[in-house]
Design a protein around this ligand. Structure first.
Ligand code: 3HC
Ligand code: NAI
Length: 727
């Protein structure tokens, strides 16, 4: 039964029942229409309470129905209009979540009571659409333009206490919202209802709405870089102030249709479901997310409190896991402690604003700082985050192996070293796993969980479950140099560097990729991460510095093209933001504002002259093609090698760890949207002209998929099934 009905004296309680989140699917909508019609004509019913089963009001429209062949036959706004016009008062009893169409349904009720732990909001913008069941017209009428705009454009979850302060709900209760709603329904029987019908009210404002929304529009264009949904949301809110309700609804519908035509909603909804699917890992041996139990992690330790360690400690602590934080000397320990404390204070502040607070004994209090490895011996799991150096990591793992209890999990935050080599020095390689966080680790949602050859399914389940506890999206990947995300970044950055040799400036390449939607172009990103990191690694590999064999041409390594520009900057002490100079100049070392540097222009001009590089006419469109297709081609190789289970895994990694614009779905989704044949043609053309750039040689899998007509992304797995799986 999609909706059930009971009677409490003269109050009918209609309960939506569609596990797990009471999505408003077509059967639910049909059931609601039927129940409403019956209670309206039932003389024994004087008021109605609308609620959801299993402690959840509703997470909104059923997103799966948007792209399914069986498009909706029932409009949610028609149901809302029906509820609002009912002469018997309707009270929404909101528990758990009231999101999207769920909140829109509640807004059509005449009163709203919420449980104190509920979150509500209109997050449609996050899946590429706008609230399309009257939300953009009713919410501004209830709480005014600025507050409504903030909720609709950011798609944020509003806690019940804030919703009460804003006037979205009439009452917040610590116990059953349904019981409280029934009580309220009884009280309001017979009271005048006109002012409670939001669609009949005018939007109240004392601001210049157009000027306010124009400013918001400009800001959103800058902030959301090509995503259309936030802009449509603003226009819909404008309609609420300018047009009568019905015309506003028409505008809402129109905007929804034009958004759908952009293809962005499809990409964002693919990203939404991919994020949920990557948690459902499967090993070739048959062990899966639902048949292997994770171990409980009651205590954890972090070794190294540098850039990453301090964020990881904060993340654990904020999730209520007591942490022991270890450093190598007092100076580093003090600096790490200060940093962690300040991060935790900020977290506490954020929670306070949301009406929550750290419970006694949580957060700040749960971090113990130490220099003594012996203190770690009883923790359930340790995450090592010391310098990226194999020998150092092996020393640490040897020590951990001898000190820690035999069933403790040993995790490394290495960004690309061999997990098997690290595990080889321990007495428990089955409990060793990579947990690759992204910087800043307390904020970035991505966690690459890297399986070594001996890592046990229980260890995988535990690391994946830890990711969930920390509020991250954990993606299981195989062990290869640089794993998935960083591995794909290599060819992308390589092309960005070649473009500089060929005549572009860092700011031009960055601009093209930022206009595409990346949070940051490649050169700003390298400056932020520190150019010295890559330089050290290239020196270790003998690609830069004194390890390069004498007589090697500056722009060649092992017979292939090589760009030494980044090495040259590092030799001059230009490490990026940290030194105040890199591909850009900054106001001071550690400064954040990148300014194009005339010195870099001069340096590039001299470089091109020295090596007699002719400036080639590269069309700006080619900046995108070369950088993105290089990245995508490596993505296909990752799949070919069985390092990621499917294209969705790669896309989730890029969407959550590398600032890929979500409205484009992820690099592999983008490739399928552009057309695999098109990607292949460009790569083939480039590789033919540049055989000394092996990363651009089209991958076997891309060729294979293009040869079978470039099937939609959801069908790629059929071809992948025939390839090796290294998970
Ligand atoms: N439609 C269809 N399926 C949904 C759904 C929805 N609105 N919301 C969640 N689900 C599914 C998930 O895909 C998942 O399915 P699975 O078990 O098969 O993987 C299951 O419900 C549980 O979801 P989560 O794993 O995300 O569970 P959490 O407890 O972590 O989060 C949630 C719950 C906060 C409700 C989260 O799922 C969420 O944010 N959902 C989307 C909410 C949303 O965007 N609503 C707007 C929908 S569009 C709309 O209403 C249009 C309207 O304006 C007309
Ligand atoms: P960092 O240089 O900022 O910090 C390393 C910390 O380890 C220092 O505080 C140092 O004192 C401590 N340390 C060194 N030897 C130690 C020992 N024997 N015992 C205890 N502490 C010791 O390094 P960062 O950037 O935090 O990187 C740490 C690890 O995380 C590396 O493996 C790196 O590759 C990886 N990583 C880094 C990312 C980044 O953006 N910085 C992103 C993802 C992973």
């Amino acid at each position: 039964m999609a909706a059930t009905r009971t009677l409490s004296h003269t109050v009918a309680v209609i309960k939506i029942n569609n596990p797990p989140v009471n999505a408003l699917s077509t059967p639910v909508c049909q059931a609601l229409i039927k129940e409403l019609a019956e209670v309206k004509k039932d003389p024994s019913v004087e008021a109605i309470v609308l609620c959801g089963a299993n402690g959840k009001f509703s997470a909104g429209a059923d997103i799966r129905e948007f792209s399914s062949a069986a498009r909706r036959t029932v409009s949610l706004e028609d149901i809302n209009a029906e509820i609002e016009s009912t002469t018997k008062p309707v009270v929404a009893a909101i528990e758990g979540v009231a999101l999207g169409g769920g909140l829109e349904l509640a807004l059509s009720c005449h009163y709203r009571v919420a449980h104190i732990k509920t979150v509500m909001g209109l997050p449609e913008v996050l899946i590429g659409i706008l609230p399309a069941a009257g939300g953009t017209q009713r919410l501004p009428r209830l709480i005014g333009i600025p507050a409504a705009l903030d909720i609709i454009v950011r798609g944020r979850h509003v806690p019940a206490t804030e919703a009460f302060q804003l006037g979205i709900v009439d009452e917040v209760v610590p116990s059953s919202a349904i019981a409280a709603a029934v009580q309220m329904a009884r009280k309001v029987i017979g009271k005048p209802m006109d002012s409670r019908r939001l669609s009949t009210n005018a939007v109240q404002y004392n601001i210049n709405v157009d000027a306010f929304l124009d400013t918001a529009l400009e800001k959103a264009k800058r902030q959301f870089r090509g995503a259309q949904a936030p802009l449509a949301c603003i226009e819909a809110v404008r309609a609420s102030a300018q047009l009568p309700y019905q015309r506003g609804i028409e505008k809402e519908r129109q905007l929804f249709a034009s958004l759908w035509a952009t293809g962005q909603p499809q990409a964002q909804q693919y990203a939404f479901f991919s994020e949920r699917n990557v948690g459902k890992w499967t090993l070739p041996s048959g062990e899966r997310w639902d048949n292997v139990r994770p171990c409980q992690i009651r205590t954890a330790a972090v070794i190294g409190l540098g850039t990453m360690g301090r964020g990881i400690v904060t993340s654990l602590s904020k999730s209520n896991i007591p942490v022991i934080a270890l450093e190598q000397d007092t100076k580093q320990l003090d600096s790490g402690k200060k940093a962690v404390n300040s991060l935790l204070e900020r977290e506490a502040e954020k929670l306070k604003k949301q009406g929550n607070s750290f419970a006694e004994g949580n957060g700040l209090g749960s971090v113990h700082f130490t220099l003594n490895f012996e203190d770690l011996k009883n923790v359930d799991l340790v995450i090592e985050a010391v310098y990226e150096n194999m020998n150092l990591k092996k020393d640490i793992f040897r020590k951990l192996s001898s000190i820690m209890k035999p069933d403790a999990f040993l995790c490394t935050n290495t960004s690309g070293l061999n997990i098997d080599e690290i595990a080889s020095v321990t007495n428990r390689p089955q409990l060793v796993i990579g947990t690759h966080f992204f910087s800043p680790a307390n904020i970035m949602r991505l966690l690459e969980v890297v399986r070594g050859r001996h890592t046990s399914p229980t260890t995988i389940a535990t690391a994946m479950s830890l990711g969930k506890m920390l509020g991250k999206v954990a993606v299981l990947v195989g062990n290869c140099p640089l794993f998935v995300g960083n591995r794909m970044l290599g060819p992308y950055l390589e092309q960005a560097n070649y473009l500089l040799e060929e005549g572009y400036y860092p700011e031009e390449v960055d601009q093209a990729l930022e206009e595409f939607g990346f949070a940051m172009g490649p050169f700003r990103m390298m400056d932020l991460a520190g150019l010295d990191v890559g330089w050290r690694s290239r020196m270790e590999k003998g690609l830069a510095g004194s390890g390069v064999p004498p007589g090697t041409p500056a722009r060649q390594r092992e017979g292939n093209r090589y760009c030494p520009l980044a090495d040259m900057l590092c030799e001059l002490g230009r490490f990026g933001q940290k030194s105040g100079k890199g591909w850009y100049q900054y106001e001071k070392p550690g400064g954040r504002h990148a300014h194009p540097d005339p010195w870099v222009r001069d340096f590039l001009a001299k470089y091109r002259k020295t090596y007699n590089i002719k400036q080639q006419a590269v069309h700006p469109e080619q900046i995108l093609q070369r950088c993105l297709y290089a990245l995508i081609n490596e993505g296909f190789r990752v799949l070919e090698d069985g390092i990621a289970s499917g294209p969705e895994d790669i896309d989730v990694i890029y969407n959550n760890g590398y600032g890929w614009p979500k409205h484009r779905g992820g690099p592999m989704y983008y490739a399928s949207a552009v057309g695999l044949h098109e990607v292949l043609m460009v790569l083939e053309g480039y590789h033919k002209a540049n055989p000394d750039v092996p990363s651009m040689k089209p991958s076997f899998l891309l060729k294979k998929l293009a040869a079978v007509g470039g099937p939609p992304i959801k069908e790629w797995r059929t071809q992948l099934g025939k390839l090796p799986n290294k998970l």
